[in-house]
Design a protein around this ligand. Structure first.
Ligand SMILES: Cc1cc2nc3c(=O)[nH]c(=O)nc-3n(C[C@H](O)[C@H](O)[C@H](O)COP(=O)(O)OP(=O)(O)OC[C@H]3O[C@@H](n4cnc5c(N)ncnc54)[C@H](O)[C@@H]3O)c2cc1C
Length: 506
């Protein structure tokens, strides 16, 4: 059956008669960079499987359509944030629009459009071991009309944070502030910041992008941070790719060679950050000093207390945020918020920052599995009660895989690895005549210590720390954790023995 053909099934309905359900061999949840990658891999690697992508928004892009704040761009390079199968031909750091254009080309070139159902919000997914099927209840966003689907396999590409609502801490007296409070996840199209005093709370990649992007138009923009972040300033160009292009090398080769070089360099950086954190820290700080000069208080404003790589290190093209600070259009304040006032923000130091607009670039609200209500054989499923197999499957949850990307490498690298894995797993099931696969702890895993999803010593961004209790658990063995180590996983995942006792087939 082709990717867009469907079977109609009549599935039982809770109240009242029977509602028609459309059936697909595989249902992909979400049309962000993960979901479009999943569709590509299904189409190219599993041509016999029917599939559909259900997406709540009216368009593809996920993160790259949700965020529309000025300057919105990637913080990792597009040679690796792009898929392995489609060469990236632009500058390494790309705008949201460029990323969307790239995704649009993937959809068009591979004729994936017909498989994507936009405006479909998935509300629940119930597994029946009797039928070996997931029944998925969705709702057409525009009309509220209920839609029912059945599928053999759920491929979760819903991302990791709630798009509807960004995370804003509850500071005292926020309601007293007379100006506007904006979260960058919901940037108002008509927000007029020309000639205004803007305070951006936060110092992550979003703040670092936003501050230089609006600095010229504002009266002044202040980045207010509780604690500093590491940045890597550099030219938004890849010398190797440019050199290969001069030699007229084929773009597919340039893509592959540049990816390998970037990944090689990143692996080295991660190793050094772990083994010689002080040296790496000094190098990163030296990069900042070059822009801000010897008199700037780098220690206070740009020297994090944690060692490099415990949180994402954002690449800053052309050091633009530092240029903004050096020019006087932007400034950085490192302090804590006491409370909001009518005029702005009162800091713990006693200083008051006056503002017309306050932007809360304070991060995400983690959301596990797209806020979908899951049931397995009539029992509500809490993913926090499961243990993950390699960060992609979960004990007691049949026929389901989640794409949770890498932090220290581009998210999308994992999309391609998961694509190969799902294709291999589905083929293996067909060969065995199996309708159901569930991962389960093996006898030798029974005494393994069960721990939270990720080790905070290893990686500890706020959105994960706030919501770790909602995420599946990990074990102490590599098989039972999301190792976040692309460099090992690229070799390990294709070697997974699908007949290992961790995979239970029925
Ligand atoms: C501003 C910003 C910059 C970033 N930059 C980088 C970067 O440079 N490099 C990097 O590696 N990572 C980056 N990230 C992380 C980024 O989110 C991921 O890399 C990647 O874009 C996630 O893609 P995704 O498709 O998995 O999820 P998302 O982009 O979150 O897309 C998920 C899709 O699923 C849909 N969905 C969710 N729940 C449901 C439901 N119940 N029913 C139907 N549809 C649903 C959503 O509407 C959405 O379209 C960035 C994140 C942000 C916010």
């Amino acid at each position: 059956m082709s990717g867009t053909e469907t079977l109609e099934r009549t599935a039982p309905q809770k109240a009242g008669g029977a509602q028609k359900a459309e059936h697909f061999d595989v249902l992909v949840v979400g049309a962000g960079i993960s979901g479009i990658g999943a569709a590509y891999h299904l189409k190219t690697q599993c041509p016999g499987k029917s599939f559909a992508v259900l997406e709540k928004k009216e368009t593809f892009g996920g993160t790259w359509v949700q965020h529309t704040y000025p300057g919105i761009r990637s913080d990792s390079d597009l040679f690796t944030f792009g898929y392995r199968f489609k060469p990236w031909t632009g500058a390494p750091i790309a705008s949201a629009e460029e990323i969307r254009t790239y995704m649009e080309e993937v959809i068009e070139e591979n004729d994936l459009g017909g498989a994507i159902r936009y405006g479909h919000e998935i509300l629940s997914a119930k597994w029946s071991s009797e039928e070996n099927l997931w029944t998925v209840e969705a709702r057409k966003v525009e009309t509220g009309e209920p839609q029912r689907f059945t599928t053999n396999f759920l491929w979760m590409c819903q991302g990791y944070y709630r798009h509807e609502k960004g995370y804003t801490p509850d500071w005292p007296d926020m309601d007293k502030f007379k100006g506007k409070i904006v979260h960058p996840q919901h940037w108002p199209e008509d927000l007029d910041y020309e000639g205004k005093r803007v305070v951006v709370i936060g110092s992550g990649a979003t703040a670092a992008t936003l501050v230089p992007a609006i600095a010229d138009k504002t009266a002044h923009v202040t980045m207010l941070q509780r604690s500093p972040t590491y940045f890597i300033p550099g030219r938004n160009a890849n010398e190797l790719a440019d050199e290969l292009r001069k030699l007229d090398v084929d773009e597919a080769w340039i893509h592959e060679i540049t990816r390998r070089k970037i990944l090689f360099d990143q692996q080295e950086f991660a190793r050094r950050a772990w083994e010689e954190p002080e040296e790496v820290k000094e190098e990163l700080l030296a990069g900042v000093k070059e822009f801000l000069g010897p008199d700037f208080d780098i220690k206070k404003h740009f020297t994090p207390s944690y060692r490099p790589w415990r949180q994402r290190v954002a690449f800053v093209p052309d050091g633009d945020i530092f240029q903004g600070i050096a020019s006087g259009k932007a400034s950085v304040v490192t302090d804590e918020i006491e409370r909001f006032t009518e005029k702005g923000i009162l800091l713990k130091s006693g200083e008051e920052l006056e503002a017309d607009i306050i932007v809360t670039a304070t991060g995400f609200d983690l959301c596990v599995m797209g806020d979908i209500k899951f049931e397995v054989d009539g029992k509500p499923l809490d993913f926090a009660d499961t243990v993950t197999y390699r960060g992609m499957m979960f004990t007691g949850v049949p026929n389901l895989l989640w794409v949770f990307g890498y932090f220290r490498a581009s998210w999308t690298l994992r999309v391609d690895l998961m694509g190969d894995f799902v294709a291999r797993l589905l083929k293996h099931m067909d060969q065995k005549g199996a309708k159901k696969v569930t991962v389960a702890l093996r006898p030798e895993d029974k005494d393994m210590e069960i721990l939270p999803w990720i080790d905070p010593e290893d990686f500890n961004p706020g959105y994960l720390m706030r919501s770790m209790h909602l995420l599946p658990k990990r074990g102490t063995k590599r098989d039972w954790q999301h190792t976040q180590d692309y460099w090992k996983e690229k070799d390990e995942l294709p070697q997974i023995d699908l007949d290992d006792a961790a995979f239970v087939y029925e």
